[in-house]
Write a protein that binds this ligand. Structure first.
Ligand code: MRU
Length: 366
C-alpha cells in the first residue's frame, strides 16, 4: 500500500553486514502502529525480544501481521543462536506475547517445522526464507479475499440500487493488520478501485481505538469516503437503513464457523441479525483453528491492561500526543480484548478460496 506515494508493507527484512561465515544477516523494519495516525514512524528491530515487545505492546498488531512478526521474531532468534534449545525457548517467548490470534501459534509452528532437520549452519538462511514466504503468502491470500469479497459487494450493490453502498467495519482489518491489502478492507479497496461508490462506517473500537486511529487513517490514505462513529452508533444506523453490509476481520475462527474478533464485534452481529443486514467475516486460512469447534468454550480471550480502558490518548492542542485519565481514580476497569460471534449470526465467511456459509467452512478447505 502507498503512503504519500511511497510503497510500503507493514513488515520487511533490512539487510545488514554479512556474518563471519558470510551468511546474510537482517534486522526487521516495522511501522510503529502505536504512533498512528499522528506520527508515521518506522522502527528497526534487531532481536527476538524487541519483536516480542513490539507484539505485546501492539506496535505491530492484527492477526495476520502478528503471525508474520512472530515468524520474523523467530528468524532473529535463529540468527543469534540456531541451537534447538534456543529456538524452543524463543518460540515459547513469542507464543506468550498474545494468546488469542491463532496466526501467531500457526506461524511459530510452521517456522519450527521448517527449521527442524536442517543442519545448524543452514538454519539462519532457511528461517529468513520461511518468514519471507509467510509474508508473501499473506499478501496473496488477502488479494484473493479482496477479489471474492468484491464479487459479493457487486452482487449486493446490484440488488440494493442505492447510489452509495455503506459498509460498517469494526477495529482494523486493513493492510495495517496484515502484510498488505488487509482482510475485511481488501474487498473495500478493490470495490473503490473498480469505481464503485463505497462509503465506510468506521467503528472507533474502544478501548484502543484501532478503528478511529488506524482504519480511518488507512482509508483516508487511499481516498475512500468514510465516517468514524462511536461504537454505540452502529445499531441505530442499521435500524435506519444506513448500513448495507457489516464486514469485519477475525483473530481465530473455529471449524464450525464461530468468529472470534475484536471486542464489540458480537454486538454488531446481533444488531445486524435483528435488522437483516448481512454480516460477513473476512478470514484468511491461517486464522482458522481446525482443532476447535466451540468458540465460546475453547478460545482464550486476551485480557489486556485495565489502563487501556481508564485512559485515552490523542493529539492535544499543543501538538503533543497525550494520554489522559477518563475514569475516577479508584474505579475498577477490566479489558477483555476479543469476543466470539456464534456462527448462527454470520451470513458468510470470505476466504481466499471463496465465500462460504459458516457451517460449510470445512468442505471449502477439504
Ligand atoms: O488487538 P488487535 O488490534 O491485534 O486486534 C486484531 C484486529 O485488528 C481485529 O480483531 C481484526 O478485525 C482482525 S485482524 C485482521
Amino acid at each position: 500500500m502507498k503512503i504519500d506515494e511511497k510503497y510500503y508493507r507493514t513488515i520487511w527484512p533490512i539487510p545488514g553486514a554479512p556474518a563471519p561465515k558470510n551468511e546474510a544477516t537482517f534486522t526487521v523494519g516495522i511501522i510503529d502502529q502505536t504512533r498512528l495516525p499522528h506520527q508515521f514512524k518506522v522502527l528497526e528491530l534487531a532481536t527476538m525480544h524487541e519483536m516480542g515487545f513490539a507484539i505485546t505492546n501492539m506496535q505491530v498488531r492484527g492477526a495476520p501481521l502478528i503471525g508474520a512478526a512472530a515468524a520474523y521474531g523467530l528468524a532473529l532468534a535463529v540468527q543469534s543462536d540456531p541451537s534447538d534449545e534456543h529456538i524452543k525457548r524463543a518460540a515459547q517467548t513469542l507464543i506468550n506475547t498474545r494468546p488469542t490470534a491463532v496466526n501467531l501459534q500457526w506461524a511459530i509452528n510452521r517456522m519450527q517445522n521448517r527449521i527442524k532437520g536442517v543442519p545448524i549452519e543452514g538454519r539462519q538462511q532457511v528461517a529468513w526464507q520461511e518468514a519471507a514466504l509467510i509474508c508473501e503468502e499473506d499478501v496473496q491470500i488477502n488479494r484473493a479475499i479482496g477479489q471474492h469479497g468484491l464479487k459479493l459487494i457487486e452482487q449486493a450493490c446490484a440488488k440494493n440500487k442505492k447510489n452509495t453502498f455503506n459498509i460498517l467495519t469494526h477495529c482494523n482489518a486493513g493492510w495495517l493488520a496484515t502484510v498488505d491489502w488487509g482482510t475485511a478492507l481488501s474487498p473495500i479497496y478493490m470495490a473503490h478501485d473498480a469505481g464503485m461508490n463505497i462509503h465506510v462506517w468506521v467503528d472507533e473500537t474502544r478501548p484502543r481505538n484501532q478503528g478511529a486511529s488506524l482504519t480511518a487513517w488507512e482509508l483516508g490514505q487511499h481516498g475512500i469516503p468514510h465516517t468514524v462513529i462511536s461504537d454505540n452508533a452502529g445499531g441505530h444506523l442499521m435500524q435506519h437503513g444506513q448500513v448495507d453490509m457489516v464486514l469485519v476481520g477475525a483473530d481465530r475462527v473455529t471449524s464450525k464457523g464461530d468468529i472470534c474478533n475484536k471486542i464489540g464485534t458480537y454486538l454488531k452481529a446481533l444488531a445486524a441479525f435483528d435488522n437483516l443486514v448481512p454480516f460477513y467475516a473476512a478470514v484468511p486460512s491461517p486464522t482458522i483453528d481446525w482443532s476447535i469447534k466451540d468458540g465460546l468454550a475453547d478460545i482464550e480471550i486476551e485480557m489486556r491492561p485495565a489502563d487501556e480502558v481508564s485512559y485515552i490518548s490523542g493529539l492535544a492542542d499543543d501538538g503533543q500526543v497525550k494520554s489522559i485519565r477518563l475514569t475516577p481514580q479508584h474505579s475498577h476497569a477490566i479489558n477483555p480484548a476479543f469476543d466470539v460471534t456464534p456462527a448462527r449470526l454470520v451470513t458468510g465467511i470470505i476466504t481466499e478460496r471463496g465465500v462460504t456459509l459458516p457451517d460449510q467452512l470445512k468442505q471449502l478447505f477439504n
